[in-house]
Design a protein around this ligand. Sequence first.
Ligand code: GLN
Length: 518
Amino acid sequence: MEQTVQEKIIVIDFGGQYNQLVARRVRENHVYCEIYSWRKPLAEIREMNPKGIILTGGPNSVFEKGAAACDPELFRMGIPVLGLCYGAQLMMHLLGGTVGHAPEREYGKTEVQIDKRSSGLLRGVPSPTVCWMSHNDYISRPADGFEVIAHTANCPVAAAECEEKGLYAVQFHPEVLHTEYGKDILRNFVRGICGCSGSWRMEDFAGNSIAAIRRQVGDGRVLCGLSGGVDSSVAAVLLSQAVGRQLTCVFVDHGLLRKNEGDEVEAVFGPHGPYELNFVRVNAQERFYRALSGVTEPEEKRKIIGREFIRVFEEEAKKIGAVDYLVQGTIYPDVVESGMGGESAAIKSHHNVGGLPDYVDFKEIIEPLRNLFKDEVRSLGLHLGIPEKLVMRQPFPGPGLGIRIVGEVTAEKVRMVQEADSIFRQEMDSAGLSRTAGQYFAALTNMRSVGVMGDERTYDYAVVLRAVSTVDFMTADAVEIPYEVLKRVTGRIINEVSHVNRVLYDVTSKPPGTIELE
Ligand code: GLN
């Protein structure tokens, strides 16, 4: 959703892998920014009146047929432009410079010599400096009017500028933290060259979104599917603050939530909660258990859960009748990962993006969080006054406990894993360890083993505990939980959860493991 803000930077996406970082670094400078595909017509971009434009990297070669491109007019609008890697090559190519295959491609940390220390873009950057490179092509000759401001051993034009027109091209990636002075370079561009004041704050985003949603929705009706997760909750609160009772939230309880979670969601969004909206809770537990009965293969379980979810939602939507808008809690990484909307290659399908209900009768989709990252969504949630407990909750997979139960899912197994998980979380909390692990939970293995309890033979299930620390959820390490805590948790689970007679701790890192079990 386009925001009306005083100062905005537009990032034009040519499909690079680091594009989300570009947007993030701009916002870290308190300058609002939006990302659009290179296919977006220039007239629409000009309409948004940006203070500056950044062209990202991308997989193409500018001289290939069909390569991603832009209207050369972009460089003549009097708006400062910074091209990064592919974006830099494209700028030079379109303005008459020469781009070709580099005799030596560069990948990784590379030493860059600064040739013009007084350049507004490179202010404060020492020479030499380490930058992150990732390219096969290079600019062998800059376009007329450009001055080379940096080079490397293999790259005659590592950076160039045409100061009077406000055009800047860099071959390396300032958005990547391996570029030592990358943050400074981006700051020099947005705050210095573009003249942004850096006054944007997340509160503004909330206020602007609410105003934009009101304008868009008018007196229309809005439907939102609530999963109880952070993204859909924040989207729902934003909508409720914008349009109140014109919003109906449908919460499908698939019976695979953590202990008491369904009731917690209802307490926040239901009739006794603080928000003005219509809330419908569908208790579809039995239906999901039935659909899952006899199914053991993880991918199949995921598909069944996804499919049933959409069906239940559709059935509810039919009861409500035609609506004008459907809200999705899509966030930026969903857009990028699913390869829809973002320009980079698809990495995985995503329930928020891929699983759009086909038969819901609506005119348009509203995705108010589409430009934000997870931590930005959280910070927005806190600004909107959503309880911290809800906003800061751990990541929880869409298929829920369905994929934390190895093998067939049954109501009885759901109960076991809910109880065990709740005990584990309580004990982690009271040991003050909840912050040391990014994610921790109990799962149920499909292993049964012989034990003895009260002099009697048992033949029961093994629970596995998992706790990992991770920065980005791409890699993770098992947390070294003190033995005392593990013993206490084990004792409680075996005493309190019937049909569990063994507790295991998973010390596998990711890779080779994943965080979830299935
Ligand atoms: N595809 C271009 C090259 O190989 C640009 C790469 C990039 O933007 N990272 O040089």
